[in-house]
Design a protein around this ligand. Sequence first.
Ligand SMILES: Nc1ncnc2c1ncn2[C@@H]1O[C@H](COP(=O)(O)OP(=O)(O)OP(=O)(O)O)[C@@H](O)[C@H]1O
Ligand SMILES: [Mg+2]
Length: 585
Amino acid sequence: MKTRKEAPLKKDPGQRKDGRIDALEARLREAEGALAEAVQARIEAEQRARDDVDARVRERTAELKGAYEALQAETMKRREAEEARIRLAAAIEEAAEGVAVISTTGVVQYVNPAFSRITGYEQAEVVGENVGILGRVDAKTYASFMTTITGGNTWSGRLSGRRKDGTAYEIEVVMSPVRDASGQIINYAALSRDVTEEARLESQLRQAQKLEAIGTLAGGIAHDFNNMLAIIMANTELVLDDLEHMEGPRRNLEHILKAAQRGRDLVKQILMFSRKTGHGRKPLALTPLLKETWKFLRSSLPTTIEMHADFRAGADSVLADPAEMQQILMNLATNSAYAMQESGGDLTMSFSTVFFGPADPLPVADMPPGGYVLLTVSDTGVGMTDAVRRRIFEPFFTTRRAGEGTGMGLAVVYGIVKAHGGAINVESTPGKGASFGVYLPLTRVSGAAEGTDDAKPLRGGHERILFVDDEELLATAARMMLERLGYEVTAVTSSTEAWRIFLGGPMRFDLVITDQTMPGMTGTMLAEKILRVRKDMPIILYTGHSDTVSPEKAQTLGIRAFSTKPVVRGKLARTVRRVLDGEPM
Ligand SMILES: Nc1ncnc2c1ncn2[C@@H]1O[C@H](COP(=O)(O)OP(=O)(O)OP(=O)(O)O)[C@@H](O)[C@H]1O
Ligand SMILES: [Mg+2]
């Protein structure tokens, strides 16, 4: 630091040197010097202090910066953790699987929206409650999963339950214990997948297979039973003729005949359920047919049942038997009426056209995609439990009192629908009614009416007939029937024997009547052989419902007429006469 330059004092030569002035000057200079020094010292001290503060500030700044950086790193870490948590929470909230967290004491701590969707319980309704609120599992399942999860293991399995609204659901559950850092189980997490729809389709498929098996069995039994009935009926008719003037026995025989006829009707139903080929099928517009049937139902059902119909089908052509289509509607409607007989209700029929693309979900397990007419019959009756619903299509299954129902109604509907390549869907809640949806595949062709067989008086003749049926009693009865009509009949019980007799004199017969199902050689095989020898030989083939010969196939073989069992007098007489006279069938 520079000191101030001493300025020389002015001297006035004219003035007297005065010692006091000098002294004053000296003191002044001294004071000036001291002041300068003090100022200097002060400046230096201040400088030092400033330097000191600067250093301290720098130090503190550095410290703060470090702390700030650490804080920022921590915040970042926390934010990442929070983001990860949010992502996880969102994933759980959005998941299609139901997620539930349950405390070790069985209290629900968290459920996600999917869980609410599956069970019908909202988050607020279950969180804080015991899991028991969701329904109980059976004791065995409960024991199995309790031992598994309390043992620290993961339990998985299928559980069924009821939604809050009472409808049933089925879930596949994986339940695992959740542990804290020390390994202690703090709660359980349950992951559940809704498999209600899958389970429904599976059970439908199982049921369809079961019904198919029953159908095959019933068809087989019915076939034989039909033959026995035919024998009973044919013989009864014969004896009735013989006893023309004996009132008493005739009455008894008429009862036998009536019972046999009822038996035949029942067999017809069983066969309708079991058979695979439809005989009377043709392209048919369903709307007018259903309208007519509906009108009939309206006049026959009690007025406590309010009826509503909704016809909306654009396309309504199906390849079907009109009588069978009517039967479907009648059977469904009478069931509904029965379900509402106590307190009345609404019976609704709707009829529409639906299309299922290859990717569309189908209402019934094994139905192929495509166009269908959908006939729905719904009621507000007593409805049914799941256990009943699973069995309703079984033949002879009924919940009605003994003698009130045969249990064949729905079995027949099922058989008809199946034979038409269709499907049935049933929904029902006990106490709330039932709804049956019948899907029949659409066909493009539009319908043409078909004439019915009119009852003509029986005409006989004198021609020679070779009759073959392996059922001896049937062959005998048929022979007697035909003989009474005037024919000359040779009846045999084996197709090989028939063939031998025919070969012995191909021109000895005017007509061959043969059964289809016979051991060794079937009716069609026999017919083929005979026609090779005599191309013009008239042949009538008759078949049971379970035989696989179609009228078309019989025709291409050259068989003149085709008849189905049981062989009854009127039908047989008419067919024989027509074939012999060369009339169109
Ligand atoms: N609309 C319905 N509402 C409630 N239960 C029904 C309904 N339709 C059918 N069921 C149940 O299905 C069972 C079987 O029906 P199905 O028509 O096969 O036989 P059924 O009506 O008992 O006797 P039937 O041979 O006289 O028709 C019924 O006994 C009934 O328990
Ligand atoms: Mg019924």
